[in-house]
Design a protein around this ligand. Structure first.
Ligand code: AMP
Ligand code: MG
Length: 300
């Protein structure tokens, strides 16, 4: 496991003003990273990921059996920061029946005809399950803050600060409602540098097996890097709460971001202190009877 004191540095303190420059995109740039060096970091990250995966599979079984909580994992990032790979690697050992992934794209006309939280509400994980939002209602204060013309009918052409404040407030209230009703909410911003994004785009353009990952829109959105960064800083500052904190995960090295996300999810589910349901006396008697019957009767 990664030491708590390091993980604490990744949490956005509720009420604080986020300046993304103060959060590393590469763990090797941190004082701790410099001490341990690249080889150790890679080895340790792979161990943590492996260990966390095993523990996550167990924690998920317990979540399902106890049937008292659900877990909502929110992943947000700039393009090519590694959201899909993180989901694939972190959830690799988990029973697919206990886990649902939803990837949110541009909203449909029907979705735009409802309140902005509607499509996400319909996809929330039921009790006992882990739900992963690959993009989420945060897009509704990120991509549309950069492109207000995509807000859809009924929205202002030039939204005021108050408009966004109200959306942050709606999101905080929504998350509070979920948390009060037994949902553990874990939010991750995969923090990638502009240089690393360029490297990954070039890889997508060069390697034929990765061509499909590149979209024409990717370069256009990269032009708005600064506007996205501001929108992220505003959203992270306004919506990190005690019950639904944001984690800013250094994402320039995939092995690091995967290990950190896996560790936080596992540790947080374990922190719920769940227990397998107790079997009643009555049920124990019934089980003993069934066993005796099965053992005593010769099968035809
Ligand atoms: P990808 O995840 O690469 O398949 O891209 C999905 C695209 O959908 C991204 O460009 C997102 O910005 C966009 N998208 C997701 N949610 C929204 C939203 N609520 N409004 C507008 N665009 C969105
Ligand atoms: Mg994309």
């Amino acid at each position: 496991m990664i030491k708590t004191k390091y993980l604490k540095k990744l949490i956005v303190e509720p009420g604080s003003e986020v300046n993304l420059k103060e959060f590393p995109t590469d763990w090797l740039d941190t004082p701790e990273g410099k001490v341990v060096g690249k080889d150790f970091l890679k080895e340790r990250s792979e161990e943590v990921l492996e260990e966390s995966r095993k523990l996550l599979a167990e924690a998920q079984e317990l979540l399902y059996a106890s049937d008292t909580h659900s877990v909502l994992i929110v992943l947000q990032a700039m393009d090519a920061a590694g959201k899909d790979g993180t989901i694939r690697h972190v959830m690799a050992g988990v029973n697919p029946q206990g886990c649902q992934v939803f990837s949110f794209k541009k909203p449909s006309a029907e979705e735009l005809d409802h309140n902005f939280l509607w499509r996400y509400m319909k996809s929330l994980p039921e009790r006992g399950r882990i739900g992963i939002f690959n993009r989420s209602y945060y897009e509704d204060v990120l991509v549309v803050k950069v492109h207000p013309e995509w807000l859809g009918p009924g929205s202002p052409a030039d939204p005021s600060d108050k408009f966004w404040q109200q959306r942050y407030e709606d999101i905080n209230n929504f998350e509070q409602h979920l948390a009060r009703n037994g949902t553990l909410i874990l939010k991750f911003f995969l923090h990638v540098s502009k240089d690393e994004q360029k490297r990954r785009f070039l890889e997508r353009l060069t390697n034929p097996e990765k061509h499909w990952k590149f979209s024409d829109a990717d370069l256009e959105e990269r032009e708005h890097w600064k506007a996205y960064r501001n929108a992220f800083e505003d959203a992270l500052s306004a919506t990190s709460t005690k019950r639904a904190p944001w984690h800013i995960v250094p994402a320039d090295r995939k092995y690091v971001s995967r290990a950190i996300v896996a560790d936080i999810i596992t540790t947080s589910i374990q922190g719920l202190g769940l227990k397998y349901p107790e079997v009643s006396e009555e049920k124990l008697i019934k089980l003993a009877e069934a066993k005796a019957k099965l053992e005593g009767v010769a099968e035809k």
